[in-house]
Design a protein around this ligand. Structure first.
Ligand code: GTQ
Length: 348
């Protein structure tokens, strides 16, 4: 504990600070506590968006701008504690993208990784390096870094998905590049399902190939498969006290996370389940796939239903109450924290 300095000493300090400030110097001892806090002190706050409340804005955006004109017609979900920074957690971006029947979102590539989690509608596609995949609600789709990607909707209904990107991680490292493809739509080079066929059936090509470097060679994980896995799991073992039945999406070539910067998860909570509180240093974005319940985050409680999106900040305890059987998709920067030796968790 510092005691208050004598007025003469205070003046001497203030004078020193003023002079060194002109040379871009500042004393550590005035800011040390904020720089190295005893535990995570985040501006990120818990928040939940009811899909029914925000869907009208998404659809209205479809009336005022085309996907072509917008390039990506997306409403960004901004954390209320960090407005203006285009992020939902400190490290991750979240948006809701709309593509209407007949529209295309032109092809480009960037070093930021993207995930898509399909929220509403079927029949749109996203193309990654020459292969298209058709979107269905609950599908988890990856756009690996520096791969050409465009989206289109040849179907008959609006399609909405959640975009999760590592924009703020790439920003932190000033490692962002972007290019526009010379055509609006990239040519199709492989049939739909090609990557899933090569890498998604417990087989891999003989030659050690990793088409997307450190990102999974599977770029579309169908909901049908993940739902079936959770269902089967729930019949063979008791749910985890904190997580219910929870799995992570995997890169089949490494066994690691599907993306190097973003971890993605899917979990099933049985009807009536009340979880133990759980905290971890990776702030996590949730998209509700099925079921209704309540999530308690720190001192706040939020009711959730299908298609709602909510965020749990770093090191805030979260616990769930499932009114019906619930399926939750979630993503966080866990792989990045693990790679850097930073990740911590605490149960209970
Ligand atoms: O689909 O390529 O929400 O580049 C933000 C940036 C989506 C995309 C976003 C993007 C994209």
């Amino acid at each position: 504990m510092q005691t208050a300095a004598q007025p003469a000493v205070q003046d001497a300090r203030a004078d020193l600070y003023r002079r060194m400030d002109r040379d871009n110097l500042t004393p550590l001892w005035e800011v040390l506590h904020n720089l190295v806090p005893p535990q995570p002190a985040t501006p990120c706050v818990p928040a939940l968006w009811k899909y029914d409340a925000i869907r009208p804005y998404v659809m209205e955006a479809g009336k005022v701008i085309t996907a072509r004109e917008a390039v990506r017609r997306v409403l960004i979900l901004e954390n209320p504690g960090m407005r203006g920074q285009s992020c939902l957690t400190r490290s991750l971006y979240c948006g809701l993208q709309l593509i209407l029947p007949g529209e295309i979102a032109p092809s480009h590539r960037h070093t930021q990784s993207a995930l898509r989690f399909i929220v509403e509608g079927s029949g749109a596609y996203t193309a990654v390096d020459g292969e298209r995949t058709t979107m269905h609600p609950g599908d988890f789709i990856i756009t690996p870094p520096w791969t050409w990607h465009d989206h289109g909707n040849p179907g008959g209904e609006p399609v909405v998905w959640m975009d999760g990107l590592d924009i703020q991680i790439v920003q932190l490292f000033d490692a962002g590049f972007m290019e526009t493809y010379p055509e609006e739509v990239q040519p199709v080079a492989r049939p739909e399902g090609d990557s899933y066929n090569r890498f998604g059936h417990n087989l891999a090509p003989l030659e050690p190939v990793a088409p997307f470097a450190r990102t999974s060679p599977i770029f579309s994980y169908p909901y049908e498969r993940s739902r079936e896995t959770l269902e089967t799991l729930s019949k063979s073992e008791d749910p985890d006290a904190c997580h219910g039945w929870k799995m992570r999406f995997v890169n089949p070539l490494t066994g690691g996370f599907a993306m190097p910067t973003i971890g993605s998860f899917v979990q099933l909570l049985p009807r009536g389940f009340a979880s133990q509180p759980y905290r971890s240093t990776d702030a996590t974005v949730y998209s509700v796939v099925e079921g209704a319940g309540t999530v308690r985050i720190g001192a706040q409680s939020f009711a959730f239903g299908p298609r709602d999106i909510f965020v749990v900040p770093s090191w805030q305890a979260a616990s769930f109450e499932a009114h019906g059987e619930c399926v939750l998709f979630s993503y966080s920067d866990r792989p990045a924290q693990l790679a850097l030796g930073l990740w911590r968790e605490r149960r209970g």
